[in-house]
Write a protein of this length. Structure first.
Lengths: 122, 381
């Protein structure tokens, strides 16, 4: 079954949609199970803070919740703060069942792509 | 709100009204004193009503079992056991209920029979089916009346005529057909027909096996001679009598029930269109009560879980009977129909019942609209 946190984010996802004005855009996913996440970020002028985030996602309940949890973690956060979340990413989704564990890989990749911003700046 | 009536149906209010009396009438129907014989008479009345429902002229050809799984096992294994000296080749569809597929597979794996599993398109191609029956010298043909995941109707009339011409025993699992399709076993040339009570508004625990010739199979259960020795064991009196109430309900209201199913389907589709929610129906030639449908913006299991968690609405991603299988292959029905993995992952099953209300269908569509508004922006292919 699903943790309360997964259900809360899955049924009321935060930051879904797209930005009119964004600096970074990337997409990732798991081709084996079709899960996909498209992310747009608006950075501060010095490029050290994620001022805003929107995403669109397709996938299982846990991967959809993962994208929402990720967006909540990085919105209005500095890259240093985001690095802190990246270090403890296995804790961010709460307790998972084996079939949900692939979402940890999605979460890790979301953080890695965000922290490796230079590759994605438009 | 319940939209999984293909898995099981809520029990009729008429049954609840009778339930106490049925439970208080506890006597063993094999007992010779009056109250025992009274129970036996009631069971035989149900037998007569079932015969009337399926067009069997002799109620003695109706055997009560614990459900469709036992009925299917009895027909499939019982036919082999009775005629074990023959070189058997069983033909069935690759989309049958597991109680048919696994039972045939069990006989085949043990080297008792040869078996061929045909995709539904081949079964509906009557020329090809005729060729297969002749080529394989089939002794047993099993084709479901209505598929449990897609609602697809099979051409039982034409297949029955073909089986009769080839002198091939014809078994029909009518579990999803009863109350949705008019059945006359004699006109349809059916040798064995099976169904469950709990799919037709009765409690779980009783099923039916119709046999055109009661000498055509060997029983699986031996004992005290109940059901003319074809299914021994004290009858599940409550479940059988409750099923009788449901059978009489269908006999009385069958046309209205089917009008209701059509109204439910038409309203559901019109509401989806009204809210501009994209969707695809997987099977166009289906009974009105079962929809295999996919929404391109959400995976089926995610849609099912969203509706359950947030709106207390119950739909399914496939057959409940397949969800207990060890491997994750409960979507083989759609796979056999040629759908891609991606399409299968998007599919849900929505099934209406006699208790389904239009206002509940509207809430179901509003729930799907909620999902579409949250997750419909992904640029899916």
């Amino acid at each position: 079954m699903y943790s309360d946190k997964i259900i809360a984010h899955f049924t009321a996802p935060r930051n879904v949609g797209s930005l009119d004005d964004f600096d970074v855009e990337f997409e990732l996913g798991n081709p084996a199970c079709d899960d996909r996440v498209q992310v747009q970020l608006k950075l501060s002028k010095d490029g050290k803070t994620v001022e805003d985030i929107r995403y669109k996602a397709y996938g299982c309940a846990t991967s959809l919740a993962t994208a929402s949890i990720f967006s909540s973690c990085i919105k209005e956060k500095s890259l240093d703060e985001i690095r802190g979340f990246r270090e403890k990413y296995p804790e961010l989704l709460g307790e998972l069942e084996p079939k949900q564990m692939h979402c940890l890989d999605i979460l890790k990749e979301l953080f890695d792509k965000t922290l490796n911003l230079n590759q994605h700046v438009l | 709100m319940y939209f999984d009536n293909a898995a099981t149906t809520p029990v009729l209010a008429e049954i609840l009204e009778e339930a106490e009396a049925y439970l208080l009438g506890f006597a063993n129907p094999s007992s010779k004193y009056n109250i025992g014989q009274s129970v036996k008479d009631k069971i035989n009345q149900v037998r007569a009503d079932v015969a009337l429902l399926i067009g069997a002229s002799n109620p003695e050809n109706i055997i009560f079992t614990s459900g469709a799984t036992e009925s299917n096992n009895t027909a499939i294994k019982g036919f082999y056991e009775k005629w074990s000296e023959l070189n058997h080749h069983y033909i069935t569809t690759s989309v049958e209920h597991p109680s048919v597929l696994k039972t045939i597979e069990n006989l085949a794996t043990r080297g008792k029979i040869k078996a061929t599993y045909l995709p539904p398109a081949t079964v509906c191609d009557l020329e090809e089916l005729n060729f297969q029956i002749a080529k394989k010298k089939a002794t047993f043909l099993s084709v479901m009346m209505v598929n449990n995941e897609t609602g697809q109707k099979f051409p039982i009339q034409e297949i029955g005529e073909m089986a009769a011409q080839h002198n091939c025993f014809f078994h029909v699992d009518a579990t999803q057909g009863i109350s949705k399709v008019k059945v006359n076993v004699e006109d349809l040339n059916i040798d064995a027909l099976t169904f469950s009570g709990h799919k037709i508004f009765a409690p779980k625990g009783a099923g039916v096996l119709y046999l055109k010739d009661t000498l055509s199979i060997e029983p699986l259960l031996h004992g005290g001679g109940q059901e003319r020795g074809l299914r021994c064991g004290t009858e599940n009196v409550f479940a059988i009598l409750a099923m009788g109430v449901a059978v009489r309900y269908i006999l009385k209201y069958e046309d209205k029930i089917n009008q209701h199913y059509k109204a439910c389907k038409d309203y559901f589709i019109s509401m989806l269109n009204q809210y501009n929610i994209p969707f695809h129906l997987n099977e166009k030639d289906a009974v009105n009560s079962i929809l295999s449908i996919r929404f391109p913006f959400i995976k089926g299991d995610a849609l099912m879980e969203f509706l359950d968690f947030k709106h207390n609405i119950m739909i399914s991603t496939g057959s409940a009977c397949g969800s207990n299988k060890k491997s994750n292959d409960n979507k083989t029905v759609l796979g056999a129909m040629g759908f891609s993995e991606s399409e299968i992952r998007k599919t849900v099953r929505i099934s209406f019942g006699v208790h389904t209300k239009m206002k509940d269908i509207k809430l179901l569509v509003l729930g799907i609209k909620n999902v579409f508004s949250l997750y419909g922006q992904y640029e899916y292919s």
